[in-house]
Design a protein around this ligand. Structure first.
Ligand SMILES: Cc1cc2nc3c(=O)[nH]c(=O)nc-3n(C[C@H](O)[C@H](O)[C@H](O)COP(=O)(O)OP(=O)(O)OC[C@H]3O[C@@H](n4cnc5c(N)ncnc54)[C@H](O)[C@@H]3O)c2cc1C
Length: 534
């Protein structure tokens, strides 16, 4: 997937069946579904693929034990089915993750144990393994760093785990493999209408500065937390569709967990769950649920970036949120991490379907599809786990509204780019699937590319070259935040590797010293948000 080839496809035609605005989980899933059904498809992403919420998740492909507690059976059933389908279609990206729920009160073992038996039963043949009641000794073997004072036992259960930004890139490549035009750094700036119906979009390539008018039979707004800005392009008086809620994660060295089993804390002070999950040899701890106010006028006008709008693009963890996660993790671990042990802090915004509830954790994670009078289709809410079903649902409507002949959805059995069976999830490049061959070939041609980009990061130089040549990696931030996950694993090490990465990319992209300096400065400024300020 090369950007200049995608631009060449766009230069050869401006007419499409389906135009998707937004290149996160939702938009990319729709692009895969549309292209694999045989629709002429284009996806336009303003920044980079998964730059928004889709690179900032807890990295779980899950039914949502919490939603079971809330009694949202439909959402859990759907998500468990999707979890199984994703594991089947992208086994190089989704692995089985075991979790322990520690129990300190007499009633917890049977309460959570029975709930998780229901979870197993709901997953049916797509289950990832049966849950199990554990005594105190068995719990300690699986989670040796758990605070053992008052520990009575635990429950073991299974969910899926993945690398969100990598799945996004592989979805983009899957859609491109099926003929879709997929473009990053291509923001939609306006909607075109004929007879008061949306018939296309105006978009600008922020790399070349060139503007395009693109015509489509159906235009789908999949811009997550930015959805209302597109809705307002259609109808300035429209009511907002979504609420925003922020969630943060802290990243620590793996030594604080001491095993490959994740810990799930079933009830935080605000009635949520908290996870400590091993990921790329670190642990991720989170998350929070903080309602965030956002003025739509910021998004709509497109004027200078206000502070709040800047926060939407790069949300920043609040001190209270960091303290909340630290306090909870301290209650459950024997060896407590200190603030200076935090390797990275990342924050994301949930696009939740608007509700009258003031508590965002109580707002449904179901997705919602709306069609405006001018036939702009907007899809909001949902989860990474359910992206495939969301795409299927919205395309049924888009195909009908566009008056196109029925085309069958094939994504239940569609392999995601890089599909590979029998993966060794501890091998360094496993998440590339079959693309690992291409990276190894780069190393064969130039052995210096086998060197690490930084002694504390698990990434080799060939991954940067691969990303620029094949994954539309255009900036140092793309390389360190989403093609590799350096920024999320160790923000300080990522900042220290920015110069090397910028210089390597400049050679590939034929850029000069000014570009290198601008890239390093921009990345370092943004990456400071990921550093603990203690
Ligand atoms: C803290 C947190 C933890 C989570 N954990 C999980 C989890 O473990 N498992 C799970 O299943 N789900 C999880 N989720 C939910 C999941 O991450 C989201 O539901 C999903 O990523 C939303 O994807 P999206 O594509 O709708 O939005 P986004 O990823 O935000 O994508 C929208 C895109 O639209 C682009 N855009 C905006 N304006 C324009 C424009 N004018 N033109 C073109 N493009 C534009 C943006 O740049 C952005 O890339 C989590 C969410 C949060 C916040």
């Amino acid at each position: 997937m090369k950007r200049h080839e995608q631009i060449a496809k766009l230069d050869s035609t401006r007419e499409f069946d389906i135009c998707i605005i937004g290149g996160g989980a939702t938009g990319l899933g729709i692009a895969v579904d549309a292209a694999s059904r045989g629709c002429k498809t284009i996806l336009l992403e303003k920044y980079d693929f998964a730059k928004g919420t889709s690179s900032r998740s807890t990295k779980l492909v899950h039914g949502g034990v919490r939603y079971l507690q809330q009694g949202n059976i439909k959402l859990v059933m759907e998500a468990l089915k999707e979890r199984g389908l994703l594991r089947k279609n992208a086994p190089h990206l989704v692995k089985n993750q075991s979790f322990v729920i520690p129990n300190y009160k007499w009633w917890e073992n049977s309460f959570y144990g029975i709930g998780l038996k229901v979870y197993d039963w709901m997953a049916g043949s797509l289950g990832l393994g049966p849950s199990q009641f554990l005594n105190k000794e068995e719990t300690i073997v699986l989670a040796p760093n758990l605070d053992q004072d008052g520990l009575r036992g635990g429950v073991l259960y299974h969910d899926g785990q993945f690398d969100d930004a990598r799945l996004a890139i592989h979805l983009a490549m899957t859609a491109a493999d099926h003929g879709a035009v997929i473009l990053n750094y291509m923001g939609v700036e306006g909607l075109m209408k004929t007879n008061e119906k949306v018939c296309g979009v105006v978009t600008k390539d922020s790399i070349s500065g060139k503007e395009y008018e693109i015509f489509a039979k159906a235009v789908i707004n999949a811009t997550g937390v930015f959805s209302d800005s597109i809705v307002k392009m259609d109808d300035p008086k429209a009511e907002p569709l979504i609420s925003h809620s922020q969630g943060i994660h802290l990243v620590f060295d793996k030594g604080f967990l001491l095993s490959d089993t994740a810990i799930m804390i079933p009830r935080t002070d605000d009635g949520r769950v908290l996870f400590a999950v091993p990921w790329h040899n670190k642990i991720i701890v989170g998350t929070t649920d903080t309602p965030v106010a956002f003025s739509n006028s910021d998004a709509e006008t497109g004027h200078a970036l206000s502070l709040q709008k800047a926060r939407m693009v790069e949300p920043v963890a609040l001190k209270d949120e960091i303290d909340f996660v630290m306090q909870h993790i301290h209650r459950y671990l024997k060896k407590d991490p200190s603030y200076s042990d935090i390797r990275s802090i990342f924050a994301g915004l949930r696009p939740l379907v608007k509700s009258s509830s003031k508590i965002t954790s109580a707002i449904s994670r179901d997705h919602h599809i709306s069609v405006s009078d001018s036939e702009l289709i907007s899809i909001t809410g949902g989860k990474w786990t359910t992206y495939r079903k969301m795409a299927e649902d919205v395309l049924e409507i888009a195909i009908y509204k566009a008056g196109m002949s029925e085309k069958e959805c094939v994504t239940k059995n569609l392999h995601i780019h890089g599909y590979k069976e029998n993966n060794n999830y501890s091998a360094p490049l496993y998440y590339y699937g079959t693309d690992e061959i291409g990276i190894n070939e780069l190393v064969k041609k130039d052995n210096t590319l086998s060197g690490l980009i930084h002694p504390l990061l698990p990434y080799i130089k060939a991954e940067i070259v691969w990303a620029v040549q094949n994954e539309m990696c255009m900036t140092v931030e793309d390389a360190l935040a989403r093609r590799t996950r350096a920024l999320l694993l160790d923000a300080k090490a990522a900042i220290e590797s920015a110069s090397l990465v910028a210089n390597m990319m400049a050679i590939e992209l034929k850029q000069d010293d000014n570009w290198i300096k601008e890239q390093i400065d921009t990345f370092n400024l943004m990456a400071k948000n990921y550093l603990p300020n203690y």
